[in-house]
Design a protein around this ligand. Sequence first.
Ligand code: ATP
Length: 339
Amino acid sequence: MNTISENLEPSLHKRKLKKIAVFTSGGDAPGMNAAIRAVTRAALANKLKVVGIRRGYQGMIEGDFIPLKSSDVSGILQLGGTILKTARSEEFRTPEGRFKAYQQLKNAQIDAVVVIGGDGSFTGAQVMSKEYEISFVGIPGTIDNDMYGTDYTIGYETALNTVVEAVDKIRETARSHGRIFFVEVMGREAGLLALTSGIACGAEVILIPESTVQTEELNSFLRKGYKSKESSGIVIVAEGDQSGGAMCIAEEARKAHPDLDVRVSVLGHIQRGGSPAAKDRVNATRMGVAAVDALLDDQHSVMIGIANEKIVLVPFNKAVKLNHVIDTNLIEIHRLLNR
Ligand code: ATP
């Protein structure tokens, strides 16, 4: 773990911050609201003014700002999505777009910004803070749990539970009909959600982008099923797996084993929704408070992480450039139990 600080204690005022902004960017994730609430209330407790930026960087460019009081973030802890809305902004990728964004922040007298999002959002913050004097601190919000330097990202826990609940249901119908279901789980470049949900559901095969070995396991599982003629089972496929999505892999399986009853279920955006799990609420709250502490402590261009249950600060350039390495032990455990 490459971090620059561990175990942040409650803030000491080292810097004369007056007004901060908070916004959500990139894909939404359950627990973002808990982070917005924590940032707002921690800032207010430290006598800072708080502004919410709506619709990510696009809202920053357009000056879509709303002042946040404590009551504005009341009753949102248990809500999925983000009350500030989120967006992707092509305009912010241009110097002209970032200049407009800077002007809006300056006009609103905003000194520092908390960005809740994924590595793209942190890259945007890093680019802008190199061009203009604006401090950014990031909170990782993505169901993929694929950020370097943190064991945890907001939304992962809830999404994991959503996948497990859905696959348990699919398993019942798969058993009843003797069908093999290929279930596609989100994760474009990251297979952790697929891997952990597969283990939690007892999936017979798990296909993730980080490992190619499981393709052989899939073939062996299908061969066995073909011989027994009444096989059922669950194959979890991360959407970014090299062999293609669940549709594509299932089609190949059908061609190779025409007697098998193969079905596909793409879980899709259901994985992003829902009331956040307790762990997402607690960790998002811890991270929100830590983000304000970090700004008061004159930190900038760092992501708040949680490693070994402790708050850590990870420089943006590491968080966005380095890869989160998947725990190969989990792959081994799955293999051992599915020989
Ligand atoms: P997710 O993990 O859900 O995809 P993300 O934060 O990685 O979340 P992106 O769409 O990659 O989502 O990035 C969000 C926004 O950040 C982009 O729409 C863009 O406005 C800004 N951004 C990303 N990369 C850059 C960059 N290199 N320069 C400037 N802005 C950027």
